[in-house]
Design a protein around this ligand. Structure first.
Ligand code: BTN
Length: 248
């Protein structure tokens, strides 16, 4: 990862930039970082605020030879990789709110948007783009009152400001390891994900087709899906592709 490393001043979205290069045939391992994004994208069509100089906005191009079922794990694996990177520099281990919001002090410090692409029929043409946005030095004023209720930055939680270059380097290293481990080290990532996940045993609201409904998050299954127990005792498996889950 990062053998080809592109650092941009401003871009619409690093995910979009990597996808544009992916369809032009860019090699696996391409990493694009930007100082700021004018159209940072979150999951479920949300905007991801990406002010200049205050965060890490990074996307990488992976071309794993794996089945679609396994490609869907990458979103959870990226969460573990981000926790590894933050821990390496900041000496605190964040939690993961399923599927992959990175949480410090009960607020979101990093969001991950993983996009899959498939041009043509062959396995060679499939690609995965994990995009990572880490809040480093934003103050509550930078977020504005509404977002500040749910979002935080590393500086706010730590009381000191880690260097962006250190976080970026640790992130690329962790993503590189993830890429090398995939999908062989599944059990290790599953075990770590279960340890990091802050939802287990907690009430959740499932926003899905047919939702929203409420239950208790019981387990992470072998496919990194969330198993939720409904009030009537029945269990439902919620898959990464279809829903998001909110702590109550
Ligand atoms: C979310 O929390 O819903 C996901 C946010 C993902 C943000 C990152 S920033 C780098 C990459 N480029 C984007 O447009 N989005 C991701």
């Amino acid at each position: 990862i990062g053998r080809e490393l592109v650092c941009l001043g401003e871009v619409d979205s690093t995910n979009s930039a990597v996808k544009r290069r992916a369809v032009e045939g860019a090699p696996a391992g391409l990493a694009i970082l930007a100082e700021c994004q004018t159209g940072g994208r979150g999951r479920r069509g949300r905007v991801f605020l990406s002010p200049a100089g205050k965060g890490i906005y990074c996307s990488v191009l992976l071309r794993p030879k794996a089945e679609l079922r396994e490609l869907l794990w990458i979103t959870a694996w990226t969460g573990v990789a981000v926790c590894d990177a933050i821990e390496a520099v900041c000496h605190v281990r964040p939690g993961i709110k399923w599927t992959n919001d990175i949480i410090l002090g009960k607020k979101k410090v990093c969001g991950i948007l993983t996009e899959l692409g498939m041009e043509g029929e062959s396995a060679q043409s499939q690609y995965v783009v994990p995009g990572i946005g880490i809040n480093i030095s934003q103050t509550p004023e930078d977020f504005g009152p509404e977002v500040a209720e749910v979002a935080t930055s590393l500086a706010q939680e730590l009381g000191w400001t880690p260097r962006r270059a250190d976080i970026a380097a640790a992130l690329l290293r962790a993503l590189d390891k993830m890429n090398a481990d995939f999908p062989r080290e599944k059990d290790r990532y599953l075990e770590q994900y279960r340890r990091d996940c802050v939802n287990l045993g907690q009430p959740v609201r499932v926003l899905a087709p047919g939702g929203p409904w409420e239950g208790v998050a019981e387990a992470i299954d072998e496919e990194f899906q969330l198993v939720v127990r409904r009030p009537d005792g029945t269990r439902e498996t919620v898959s990464a592709g279809e829903v998001s889950v909110r702590g109550l």
